[in-house]
Design a protein around this ligand. Structure first.
Ligand SMILES: Cc1cc2nc3c(=O)[nH]c(=O)nc-3n(C[C@H](O)[C@H](O)[C@H](O)COP(=O)(O)O)c2cc1C
Length: 181
């Protein structure tokens, strides 16, 4: 499948608009590939490198995957896409199901990292983790702390809103659009 390089700075507006609606990050480790929805992220420059920063709660399977292989791709839909991808990747855990297989997603091997992109979510950033840091909830403003870290689990779901986020700063090693035709 063809990849068309993009200038991530030129595409920053598109990426951030999409992030505000929800985009995806993919990880691969121990023979598994997992994809989760993300809505928290930042993009810019640090230590002379281009970076994408994501915030992953400790309880996510994605966090375990990043511990095992500190690389990820950011996967951004362009235009209309199958909303089932959001429901599954944002609502189920890779610990319980193979989301890629359930959704029948098409993986496209990475150029610079061992994690693939996804052709159905064509705008792709390949990232290698440079730095990670667990957030100290005590330093978070009280209104945000109460809203996002309520210290009670969400009943009847695998999901947790109890645990801290870990900040993962990924160096952007490649940026492109996967062309389906
Ligand atoms: C729109 C949307 C945005 C989300 N953003 C984040 C996020 O930025 N960080 C996070 O840890 N979880 C986020 N989640 C929750 C995870 O996507 C969800 O818990 C997922 O099932 C985790 O998958 P995993 O266990 O396979 O890693 C979001 C969910 C949705 C629906």
């Amino acid at each position: 499948m063809k990849k068309e390089p993009i200038d991530f700075i030129g595409c920053a507006g598109t990426i951030l608009e999409a992030l505000n609606r929800g985009i995806f990050m993919t990880t691969r480790a121990n023979g598994k590939t997992d994809c989760m929805a993300i809505q928290w992220g930042t993009m810019g420059f640090l230590w002379g490198k281009s970076v994408f920063v994501c915030y992953v709660r400790e309880s996510r399977f994605t966090r375990e995957m990043l511990d095992a292989n500190p690389e990820f791709t950011v996967n951004i839909p362009m235009g209309d896409y199958d909303r089932k991808i959001m429901a599954v990747c944002g609502g189920k855990s890779g610990r319980d199901v193979d989301k890629i297989a359930e959704l029948g997603l098409t993986l496209v091997e990475g150029d610079k990292v061992s994690v693939p992109g996804i052709s159905e979510l064509p705008l792709t950033l390949e990232c290698k983790v440079l730095y990670r840091q667990k957030q100290d909830v005590n330093l978070i403003p009280e209104d945000c702390r109460k809203m996002f870290y309520p210290r009670k689990s969400v009943p009847g779901t695998h999901d947790s809103e109890d645990d801290e986020h870990i900040t993962f700063i990924g160096e952007i090693l490649a940026a492109y659009r996967i062309c389906n035709s």
